[in-house]
Design a protein around this ligand. Structure first.
Ligand SMILES: NC(=O)c1ccc[n+]([C@@H]2O[C@H](COP(=O)([O-])OP(=O)(O)OC[C@H]3O[C@@H](n4cnc5c(N)ncnc54)[C@H](O)[C@@H]3O)[C@@H](O)[C@H]2O)c1
Length: 282
């Protein structure tokens, strides 16, 4: 699908990946782009900057999402693209508190269910429509630092697959965006796993390029980081080896951190030596 003349909604659109996608949709000639975000003031600010409409919406609340989609349809007479992008994370394994598991379940999965519940009937009536579900590489691989994130993102991929199979012969298209690291506020640089992801992070604008290309081809899996596709294939081919290799990643990250700390220490020593030398020279 081309975005030209389309009516598009982007949730979590005030910042990061959502903002970049919304901006690209405007540049591609969308008839209207609605930037929806839990932070209504930020949504309006972003919308004013990129030429969109900004609306406050908490995607964890079904009534707010239904209103967002219903009002956009009433105003424009169409809903062509819904980008279900808002997502959150929390670190921890099975010991993570139930509140974290519930919060991530609500935003990373149920918000996609609510968006589809409101948009699909309207799209079926139109005979076409596009759902772009923003999951993560953690949804096809895993994220070692967060069980709730990995599990809820897998659920998001599974829902996207189901929607694609269910509605593709009725004119609807579904894509699932699964990036690895993207340089946004989402990456907590105090977290070693996020630091690791930051090394190979794409910019939000690069991710938006992949989205435009993927939607043009109507490709289900949109992978801005090609290596994610390779790992996913390896997982399908050799599941046990993939598990084994992934289990070594925390150790590898710790080693890299120690090495980097060593490099920093060494360069600090070198700098202080050259400081001392230059002080001696003057
Ligand atoms: N940044 C990454 O490395 C990365 C990698 C893979 C997948 N993702 C996914 O991409 C999506 C966007 O992430 P990002 O990096 O742009 O994050 P971000 O934190 O930069 O932006 C997220 C936006 O979502 C909004 N938001 C949060 N909760 C919301 C809610 N309940 N309702 C409406 N809006 C809400 C925030 O206010 C913010 O504007 C998320 O689903 C995330 O899981 C991010």
């Amino acid at each position: 699908m081309d975005i030209d003349e389309r009516v598009c909604i982007v949730t979590g659109g005030a910042n990061g990946i959502g903002r970049a996608i919304a901006e690209r949709f405007v540049q591609e000639g969308a008839a209207q782009v609605v930037v929806a975000d839990i932070d209504g003031a930020a949504a309006q600010k972003t919308a004013a900057e990129i030429g969109a409409l900004g609306v406050a919406c908490d995607v964890g609340d079904e009534a707010q999402l239904a209103t967002l989609i219903g009002e956009t349809f009433e105003r424009t007479g169409r809903i062509d693209v819904v980008v279900s992008n808002a997502g959150i994370t929390a670190s921890g394994g099975v010991e993570a508190p139930d509140e974290d598991w519930q919060r991530l379940w609500q935003i990373n999965l149920m918000a996609h269910v609510y968006a589809a519940r409101a948009a699909v009937p309207l799209m079926l009536e139109q005979g076409e429509g596009y759902l772009l579900q923003v999951a993560s590489a953690a949804g096809v691989l895993t994220e070692i630092g967060s069980a709730p994130y990995s599990v809820t993102k897998h659920a998001a991929v599974s829902l996207a697959e189901w929607l694609s199979i269910q509605y593709r012969r009725k004119g609807l298209r579904v894509s699932c965006l699964c990036p690895a690291g993207v340089a946004t506020d989402f990456l907590d640089l105090d977290d070693p796993i996020h630091q690791f992801l930051h090394f190979s992070a794409k910019t939000p604008a690069e991710v938006a390029d992949s989205v435009i290309e993927g939607m043009r081809d109507e490709r289900f899996l949109i992978l801005p980081h090609p290596e994610v596709g390779e790992y996913f294939q390896f997982k399908g081919d050799q599941y046990d080896r993939w598990l084994h290799n992934f289990s070594k990643l925390p150790e590898k990250i710790a080693r890299r951190q120690r090495k980097m700390a060593g490099v920093v220490e060494e360069s600090q020593i070198r700098n202080s030596k050259s400081d001392t030398n230059s002080k001696l020279e003057t």
